[in-house]
Ligand binder design. Structure first.
Ligand code: ADP
Length: 308
C-alpha cells in the first residue's frame, strides 16, 4: 500500500443550481487534487487529506463527504472556535466569478500543532501542498510546515508543490515570491501553471519557468499551460507533452488540480513522469468538460475518459 497526502484548505462551495436556487458543495485546490487521486487510485492505496475544520454541522458534513469519498480523514484537525471557509459562484453568460469568505477560516490553523502535523505526514510516499496552503498560514505556521516537510523528506517522502498563485491572498507580490521560492528549495516536484508564474515572476515562456525551478534544485518539473503542451523536465531532460484537444470547454475550474491529482496518482503507481503527464492531461480534459472543481466518478468518469 502506498500513501498520498495532500495538505490545504477545503471550502464550502455555493454554486447556482437553477434559476433561483443554489447547491452546497466542497472544493479547494489541494482537496480537488486529493479527490482526483482517490477516484483514480485502487482502494489498496491511501489518500489522506490534512486540513482543519470547525466543530459545527457544516464542518461535520464536509468531513463526512471526504470520508464517504474514501479519503483518510484521520488527520483532520478540529478548531474549537473557527469554522470552514466558503465561496459563492456566480455565472454570467457562461463566465464564472467567485466571492470568498475565507479569512481566518479553521484551515488557517492546520499547522498549529507541530507534532500532529508531523504525525499526519508519517508513512507518506508523496505529499502535495500548494501556494494557497502557504498563503492562508501565518508566518509561524509556515515555519512549522516547512520543518515537517523537511523531516518527511529526510525520511524518504517525495514532496510535490503547486505554487498556485492567488494574488489576493498575499500582502504583496514580493511576499508571495519570497515564500514560494523558499519552499521550492525543499521540494522534489513542482506542478505550476504557466499563467500564474508569468504573472508573478514575469517568465517569458514555460521554458523560462522550468529553468527558474531547476535553478532552485527541483528535479521534477511540470509546467501546465491550459490547452497548450505541458513542459516536463526531469533531471534536466525536457519534453513537451500536448494537452488533449477539447471541443466544448464547459468549465476550467479545477483543471490544474485534477491534472495534479492524476499526475501524482500515476507517479504513486509507478508511471514515469511523461506517462503521468499524459494521464494528467486526460483527466484535466475530463475536468474542463464537466461543471465544478471535482472530477466525476464511476461510469460518468469512464464515459468521459472513453470520449477523450
Ligand atoms: P490551472 O487550472 O491551474 O490554471 P491550466 O489552465 O494550465 O491550469 O490547465 C491545467 C490542465 O488542464 C492543462 O495542462 C490541460 O491538461 C487542461 N486544460 C486546461 N484548459 C484546457 C483546454 N481548453 N483544453 C484542453 N485541456 C485543457
Amino acid at each position: 500500500m502506498k500513501t498520498l497526502v495532500a495538505i490545504g484548505e477545503c471550502m464550502v462551495e455555493v454554486a447556482p443550481a437553477g434559476a433561483d436556487s443554489y447547491s452546497l458543495g466542497y472544493a479547494g485546490d489541494t482537496f480537488n487534487a486529493a479527490w482526483a487521486s482517490r477516484v483514480l487510485l485502487p482502494a489498496s492505496h491511501a489518500v489522506r487529506y490534512v486540513t482543519a475544520v470547525g466543530t459545527d454541522w457544516v464542518s461535520d458534513e464536509m468531513v463526512a463527504f471526504m470520508a464517504q469519498a474514501g479519503l483518510d480523514v484521520s488527520a483532520v484537525r478540529r478548531d474549537p472556535v473557527r469554522s470552514v471557509g466558503l465561496y459563492a459562484v456566480r455565472l454570467v453568460e457562461g463566465e464564472r466569478s467567485f466571492a470568498y469568505w475565507r479569512s481566518n477560516s479553521a484551515a488557517t490553523s492546520l499547522a498549529d500543532d507541530p507534532s500532529a502535523l508531523a504525525l499526519s505526514l508519517q508513512g507518506a510516499d508523496i505529499v502535495l501542498f500548494s501556494g494557497i496552503t502557504l498563503a492562508i498560514l501565518s508566518e509561524a505556521a509556515r515555519e512549522t510546515l516547512f520543518t515537517a516537510l523537511v523531516e518527511a523528506r529526510r525520511n524518504g517522502t517525495r514532496i510535490a508543490f503547486d505554487p498556485n498563485h492567488r494574488p489576493r491572498l498575499w500582502p504583496s507580490d514580493t511576499a508571495a515570491r519570497d515564500t514560494l521560492t523558499a519552499f521550492c528549495r525543499i521540494v522534489d516536484c513542482v506542478l505550476p501553471s504557466f499563467s500564474d508564474e508569468a504573472a508573478l515572476f514575469g517568465d517569458a515562456s514555460p521554458s523560462a519557468t522550468a529553468a527558474r525551478f531547476a535553478e532552485l534544485g527541483v528535479s521534477e518539473i511540470v509546467v501546465k499551460n491550459g490547452p497548450d503542451p505541458a513542459l516536463c523536465v526531469v533531471d534536466g531532460v525536457s519534453k513537451w507533452i500536448p494537452a488533449r484537444p477539447v471541443e466544448h470547454v464547459l468549465d476550467t475550474t479545477g483543471a490544474g488540480d485534477a491534472f495534479n491529482g492524476a499526475y501524482l496518482a500515476g507517479r504513486l503507481e509507478g508511471l514515469d513522469a511523461l506517462a503521468a503527464v499524459a494521464r494528467g492531461h486526460q483527466v484535466a480534459a475530463v475536468s474542463v468538460q464537466t461543471r465544478g472543481a471535482l472530477i466525476p466518478t464511476g461510469s460518468r468518469l469512464a464515459h468521459f475518459i472513453e470520449a477523450c
